[in-house]
Design a protein. Sequence first.
Length: 41
Amino acid sequence: MILHQLFCETDDFCQDFLPEWKRTQLEAKSVIEQSAYVKAK
């Protein structure tokens, strides 16, 4: 039972955390790309 509860809590965390983390990664990538574009000019 404890293992099942741990799995469920971990899954709930991932369901909330991963989309937010991916969004911040995409934003960071966009900033880096924009910075590289400005430097190339």
